[in-house]
Write a protein that binds this ligand. Structure first.
Ligand SMILES: Nc1ncnc2c1ncn2[C@@H]1O[C@H](COP(=O)(O)OP(=O)(O)OP(=O)(O)O)[C@@H](O)[C@H]1O
Ligand SMILES: [Mg+2]
Length: 360
C-alpha cells in the first residue's frame, strides 16, 4: 500500500496568515483568493498552501472531485508565482486522443506523420519560462507516462519525429479526479511517475464537506453572473438557502454555479431565489445520501440532540413520502415497528402535508 496522503496541513505555517499578506499581487481578502471563493477552514488551508508553494517551482498535484476548482487552483498557483508574466499552458490529457497527445505535448517535426506539413511546437515549449498544467493526468496512457517521466526528471524531450533534444524551464502542475494511489495499485498508473508528481499534493475538498462556503459562493455567483447578464436579482430566501445547504452537490461548485446561472438567466430584476426556482433534485433530496459527514461543525459548535432529531425527522418524512404515507411500508423502509414509527410521527408533529423543508 502506498503511504502518500493528500494532507493539506502538512505544510501549514501558523505564522502565515492571509490577512497579513496584503501586498502587491497577494490575496486582498480572505474569502477570495485570486478567483477562488471560500471561507471554510478547509479552503483557508488550501489558500495558505497555494500561497506557500507558489514560488517554489516544485511539482504540484491537485486532487479533487469534478467541479471542486482544480483548474482555478492551478491558475492561482501560477498567478502567485514569479512566473506570473510567462505563459500558463493548460492541456487536458483525458480529452485528446492518445495518438495526438504526444505531439500536442512535445510538438512534431515536418513529415513526422501524415498531415504533419510543418514543424510545430508542443505545449511544453510554448510554456517555456511559465507553467504547464497537465489536467486529468490519471487518464494518460502508459506509453506517454514514460515520456512524461523523463521530462519531469530532466526537463528535456524530443519532438515527435525529431532527434534534437529540447530543454525547457517549466513549472509542472498536474490534476486528477482519480485516486492515483488506487490506479497505481491497479497497475494503470506508473508508480515512478506517481512519486515524481507527488511532491506537493493539494486536495480540494468536495462542497458537501465545506457547506459554510455555500452562502458566499451563491452571493458571488448571483453578483458575477448578474453583472454579466445585466440582471439585478435580489438574494436568496431562507428556505431556498436551507435546501441548498442540505443538498450534497455531487457536481460541486460547478453544479452550484450552473444552477445560479439558470436562475439569473430565467429570472427578472428584483426576483428572489426561492425553492420554486430550485430543480426537483434539490427539493426531493434526502434520498439516503444524507450522511453525518455532510454536517460541518462551525466554530460555535452544534447541538447534537437537535441535529440528530432533525436527521431522524428528515428520514421519517422521506420514507412517508416514498410510501405515500402507508405507515406499514414506511416503517419497513426504516426497519422500525409500525408502532414506533407512529410514535415518532406524533413526537415530530408530522402530518401528511408536512415537509422538513418549508416552502418559500
Ligand atoms: N471555490 C470556487 N470559487 C469560485 N468559483 C469556483 C470555485 N470552485 C469552482 N468554481 C467554478 O466552478 C467551475 C468548475 O471549476 P474547475 O473547472 O476549476 O473545476 P475542476 O475541479 O477542474 O473540475 P473538472 O474535474 O470537472 O475539470 C468553474 O466555473 C469555476 O470557476
Ligand atoms: Mg478541470
Amino acid at each position: 500500500m502506498l503511504n502518500v496522503a493528500f494532507d493539506n496541513s502538512a505544510l501549514e505555517d501558523p505564522d502565515l496568515h492571509l490577512e497579513s499578506t496584503i501586498t502587491a499581487g497577494k490575496p486582498k481578502n480572505q474569502h477570495k483568493f485570486k478567483d477562488i471563493i471560500g471561507q471554510s477552514d478547509k479552503m483557508q488551508e488550501v489558500f495558505r498552501l497555494i500561497e506557500k508553494v507558489a514560488d517554489s517551482d516544485s511539482t504540484v498535484i491537485i486532487n479533487g472531485e469534478t467541479g471542486t476548482g482544480k483548474g482555478l487552483a492551478a491558475r492561482a498557483i501560477h498567478w502567485y508565482s514569479y512566473r506570473k508574466s510567462k505563459p500558463f499552458v493548460s492541456i487536458n490529457c483525458g480529452a485528446i486522443p492518445e495518438n495526438l497527445l504526444e505531439s500536442e505535448l512535445f510538438g512534431h517535426v515536418r513529415g513526422a506523420f501524415t498531415g504533419a506539413t510543418t514543424t510545430r511546437r508542443g505545449k511544453f515549449e510554448i510554456a517555456d519560462g511559465g507553467t504547464i498544467f497537465l489536467d486529468e493526468i490519471g487518464d494518460m496512457s502508459p506509453d506517454l507516462q514514460v515520456k512524461l517521466l523523463r521530462v519531469l526528471e530532466e526537463r528535456e524531450f524530443e519532438q515527435v519525429g525529431g532527434c534534437k533534444t529540447i530543454k525547457v524551464d517549466v513549472r509542472i502542475i498536474a490534476a486528477t479526479h482519480r485516486n492515483l494511489e488506487e490506479e497505481v495499485q491497479k497497475g494503470t498508473f506508473r508508480q515512478d511517475l506517481f512519486y515524481r508528481l507527488y511532491v506537493i499534493p493539494i486536495k480540494l475538498p468536495p462542497l458537501r464537506k465545506r457547506k459554510s462556503d455555500i452562502p458566499i459562493l451563491i452571493t458571488h455567483f448571483v453578483d458575477e453572473i448578474g453583472r454579466d447578464k445585466n440582471k439585478e436579482l435580489d438574494g436568496v430566501s431562507d428556505s431556498a438557502m436551507k435546501v441548498m445547504m442540505q443538498y450534497s452537490w455531487p457536481g460541486n461548485v460547478r453544479e452550484l454555479r450552473n444552477m445560479i446561472e439558470r436562475f439569473v438567466v430565467l429570472g427578472e430584476d428584483g426576483d428572489e431565489l426561492s425553492t420554486r426556482n430550485l430543480p426537483d433534485k434539490l427539493t426531493n433530496f434526502n434520498d439516503g445520501n444524507v450522511s453525518v459527514a455532510q454536517v460541518e461543525i462551525s466554530q460555535d459548535g452544534i447541538c447534537l440532540n437537535t441535529a440528530v432529531n432533525e436527521f431522524e425527522k428528515t428520514l421519517i418524512v422521506q420514507s412517508l413520502k416514498k410510501t405515500k404515507w402507508v405507515k406499514n411500508r414506511a416503517a419497513k423502509l426504516l426497519h422500525l415497528k409500525r408502532t414506533t414509527l407512529v410514535e415518532k410521527i406524533k413526537r415530530h408533529h408530522l402530518q401528511q402535508t408536512s415537509s422538513p423543508l418549508p416552502s418559500s
